[in-house]
Ligand binder design. Structure first.
Ligand code: DX5
Ligand code: ZN
Length: 216
């Protein structure tokens, strides 16, 4: 049986109580913490930078899954690695030298990921599969938490699964109602913002996911 992971997305946490929020999901038994970095260019929203990642690094042992929704992400790989990122994911459309950026991530000691926004096809990333530890399939348009899951995106997961030995993560609009669709398609990691941080009882929210995981 493969290990299926749940990675709460910090974007839906209460930022005035960030340390408590991180400790809460760690205690609740999540597998990684997903951190959405946005630059106001690649996506319209602005979120957090490496300063916050390094603050979080000090208070948790959870793997930090840093999702860079920024233009030319290679400029910031070293900085996020230094801040404590364990997985660094870039968007394929955001970088000129994608291969170079992925090699830079691996050379830094982090796991390298690439993300596909809804309009980007799987073909775009096929040349990079040997350089990748993780593929993050977006099931919403990147930029904001709390949007509706796009079930059609699971076709990409299905297409990719037989070609790729690394981890496939699905990000956006995931909840107990559609988690099975992502897992049936072949996902290893579910990223969930509002479905975990949006709930008062995070342990219960994560347990609900674990119950679904048992069926796969
Ligand atoms: C969207 C982000 C997601 C988002 C997930 O741009 O990449 O990680 O925070 O949040 P939910 O689960 O609420 O869609
Ligand atoms: Zn994300």
């Amino acid at each position: 049986m493969k290990k299926i992971m749940i990675a709460p997305s910090l974007l839906s946490a209460d930022f005035s109580r960030l340390a408590e929020e991180v400790r809460d999901v760690e205690k609740a038994g999540c597998d990684a913490l997903h951190i959405d970095v946005m630059d106001g260019h690649f996506v319209p929203n602005l979120t957090i930078g490496s300063l916050v990642v390094s603050a979080i690094r000090k208070i948790t042992k959870l793997p930090l899954d840093v999702h860079l929704m920024i233009d030319a992400p290679s400029r910031y790989i070293a900085e996020f690695r230094k801040a404590g990122a364990d997985w660094i994911t870039i968007h394929v459309e955001a970088e000129k030298d994608v291969r170079g950026a992925l090699q830079m991530v691996r050379a830094s000691g982090a796991k390298a990921g690439i993300s596909l926004r809804p309009k980007t096809s799987v073909e775009m990333i096929l040349p990079y599969l040997p350089e990748l530890d993780l593929v993050l399939v977006m099931s919403v348009e990147p930029g904001f938490g709390g949007q509706s899951f796009m079930p059609d995106m699971m076709e990409k997961v299905k297409m990719l699964r037989p070609k790729f030995q690394g981890l496939i993560s699905v990000d956006g609009g995931i909840g107990a109602g559609n988690a099975s669709q992502a897992l049936a398609a072949g996902a290893d990691i579910l990223v969930a913002g509002s479905a975990v941080f949006g709930k008062a009882d995070r342990a219960k929210a994560i347990q609900e996911f674990r119950e679904i995981f048992k069926k796969f």
